[in-house]
Design a protein around this ligand. Structure first.
Ligand SMILES: [Zn+2]
Length: 299
């Protein structure tokens, strides 16, 4: 299929196939396509820049799924991911003096967790006015308003730059990664987590597939296309890991009920079943069909 003006933002070619003709929460004009040449999955056409700014300032993504915006409840729901990110990123920090920038820091759960563990040179940037305001009232770590494409965040250059579920929201992922690279020290490391478009649930649960495609995600990565983005942005020794975030309870909820667990998502199961859960998560990662990918790139 060739749609007028479609151009793959990863390889520049225009032949593509339709992946989804409807979005959970967006205009009928935008659809999800997969590039025939490189396999990159993307939204086309992208929402215009003014609409994007209002969407993020007003925190429409959280509101569109009916989340209640209370800091303590959101923090509790995110605690599993926050702890996982802190444990993972700490391994890449040479000392507590490491300069860390979290891009798209949201309400600041991760930067605050790092700050409380003694990483006092951690900073976050967040373009959403509402998330920033709520975060600033509740955390100790510094959280700034900066779009890294046009501004240089305070405190750099950085030893480590993190972005958790951010790259899929950017208009041009390669440009975004290039810009991040310019903010890193020589020998610095980028840690970037995104959803995995090849996750198993997407193929096995129609309700999940109907829920999955949203106007906020302009790109959907596989391990191959994410690695290609790192390569095009000039990162050395770029590698991608498979990571399963959601646990068995969440799987069964989707398969049986066909709905997301919005208020109380299950990342883990009762400890008595931990071995089964660990096996499930590990198998999805080994097969490359986990729900998330983590890319590591060095300058
Ligand atoms: Zn392509």
């Amino acid at each position: 299929m060739i749609t007028n003006n479609f151009k793959c933002s990863l390889c520049g070619h225009n032949r593509h196939r339709l992946v989804s003709s409807r979005l959970r929460d967006g205009s009928q004009k935008s659809k999800v396509y997969c590039c025939f040449t490189c396999g990159h999955v993307q939204l086309y056409p992208q929402p215009n820049i003014e609409k994007e700014k209002a969407y993020y300032d007003l925190n429409q993504q959280d509101k569109s799924v009916g989340k209640k915006i209370y800091f303590s409840a959101l923090k509790k729901n995110n605690q599993f991911d926050t702890d996982r990110h802190i444990a993972f990123v700490s391994k890449f920090c040479r000392s507590k003096q490491s300069k860390i920038l979290d891009v798209g820091a949201g309400y600041g759960f991760f930067i605050d967790g790092m700050f409380r563990r003694g990483y006092h040179k951690v900073v976050g940037v967040e373009i959403s006015q509402e998330r920033r305001m709520i975060g600033k009232r509740n955390i100790s770590a510094p959280l700034f308003d900066a779009d890294i494409l046009s501004e240089i965040p305070k405190g750099g250059p950085f030893d480590v730059i993190t972005m958790f579920h951010v790259l899929e929201h950017t208009r041009n992922p390669v440009d975004f990664l290039l810009r991040s690279k310019a903010l890193l020290k020589k020998g610095g490391v980028l840690i970037c987590e995104v959803p995995n478009v090849e996750e198993l649930l997407l193929r096995t649960c129609k309700a999940y597939n109907d829920f999955y495609w949203i106007r906020a995600h302009l790109h959907y990565f596989s391990a191959i296309t994410l690695k290609e983005c790192l390569k095009k942005a000039g990162y050395k020794r770029g590698c991608v890991y498979f990571e399963q975030r959601y646990g068995l309870e969440n799987l069964f909820h989707w398969l049986r009920v066909g709905k997301p667990q919005i208020e109380n998502p299950a990342f883990t199961i009762a400890s008595e079943y931990a071995d089964v859960e660990n096996y499930y998560k590990k198998q999805l990662s080994v097969r490359g069909v986990s729900d998330a990918l983590i890319a590591i790139g060095y300058t």
